[in-house]
Design a protein around this ligand. Structure first.
Ligand SMILES: *[C@@H]1O[C@H](CO)[C@@H](O)[C@H](O)[C@H]1NC(C)=O
Ligand SMILES: *[C@@H]1O[C@H](CO)[C@@H](O)[C@H](O)[C@H]1NC(C)=O
Length: 288
């Protein structure tokens, strides 16, 4: 399937495609229908160090890869770039640097991910590294065939129009308000009330939860009428009502062999080949 895709990937250079033309252009390049949610899931915690290690050695802070702000108290939900995370370069392996970063931040509140225990956070960090590693392989192929000036790249990098930013915003909401899209009114009403009272403390401690992106299930969220430029408080109700996706709250943590088995299976089968290809196309187009 990959080879079929690559035959079409070269693409044409032109005046710049319209957002109506983009789905067809991306489809013809072998990019999957789940491009936006897959890419959002894969880049939400990307760092500049990660970009340099996995994708492009000389990438700069002007990398254009949007990420979810680790600082969950900030009003800035999405950063326009993947920032430097501050890896300790005294360590020589990428795994030790990754481990160290999680450990150094383990006691930071309202930071990174909500309601992950330390082993969950480590699992997440290493899982993302695996995703980037798989995408890096595709990146090397894509690099030989894709023109950064092509319409394909124009479409892939237009994050304001191609839903990548919408999905990143949705992820930020799911991280900040676990279970917000679960359709559980008791829970979502609580977030609304506590946000209205501006009592961030109860808001975050209320319920164990986490982001559990529902991807690869074929259906896309409908962001019609949702303006992510608005504040959390203005958006919470709409998100809770319009973007219900069954995204519940995680109940299984990495705290035993038995529970690890559950995560282990998910980590192995979480993303298919098409997701790595989608991410590779996105990263190549964005970084070149
Ligand atoms: C730091 O985080 C760990 C893991 O969540 C927790 O067990 C520990 O009590 C925390 N320590 C402090 C000083 O907050
Ligand atoms: C909805 O959320 C509340 C608060 O977390 C919880 O007590 C309740 O069991 C949930 N209801 C359902 C149907 O899951």
């Amino acid at each position: 399937m990959m080879f079929v895709a690559l035959v079409f990937i070269i693409g044409t250079v032109g005046a710049g495609p319209t957002s109506e033309e983009c789905p067809r252009i991306l489809d013809a390049a072998g990019v999957s229908k789940m491009f936006a949610p897959m890419v959002a899931h894969s880049i939400h915690s990307l760092t500049l160090e990660g970009i340099r290690y996995f994708f492009k050695e000389d990438a700069t802070e002007e990398n254009g890869v949007p990420t979810v702000n680790m600082d969950l108290m900030s009003d800035t939900r999405i950063l326009p770039i993947a920032p430097l995370a501050g890896y300790d370069e005294d360590f020589s392996t990428q795994s030790m640097k990754t481990f160290d970063l999680v450990m150094r931040n383990m006691n930071r509140t309202w930071w990174g991910l909500t309601n992950y225990n330390t082993l969950d956070k480590l699992t997440h960090a290493f899982h993302m590294a695996e995703v980037w590693d798989s995408a890096a392989e595709q990146y090397r192929l894509v690099k030989r065939l894709l023109d950064p000036e092509s319409d394909i790249c124009g479409c892939a990098t237009n994050v304001a129009e191609n839903n990548v930013l919408n999905y990143l915003n949705l992820m930020a909401f799911k991280i900040k308000y676990p279970g917000i899209t679960s359709g559980n009114k008791t829970l979502t009403d609580h977030y609304l009330e506590s946000r209205e009272r501006r009592s961030a403390d109860t808001m975050y401690r209320y319920c164990p939860g986490t982001v559990r992106p529902r991807i690869g299930e074929g259906s896309q969220a409908d962001f019609d009428g949702i303006d992510f430029d608005l504040s959390d408080i203005e958006l919470l109700k709409d998100i809770a009502e319009k973007l219900v996706d069954d995204g519940g709250i995680i109940s299984v943590h990495v705290d035993s062999t038995e529970h690890w088995e559950v995560w282990r299976k998910k980590m192995k089968h979480g993303m298919g080949e098409s997701a790595y290809y989608d991410l590779a196309v996105f990263m190549f187009c964005m970084l070149n």
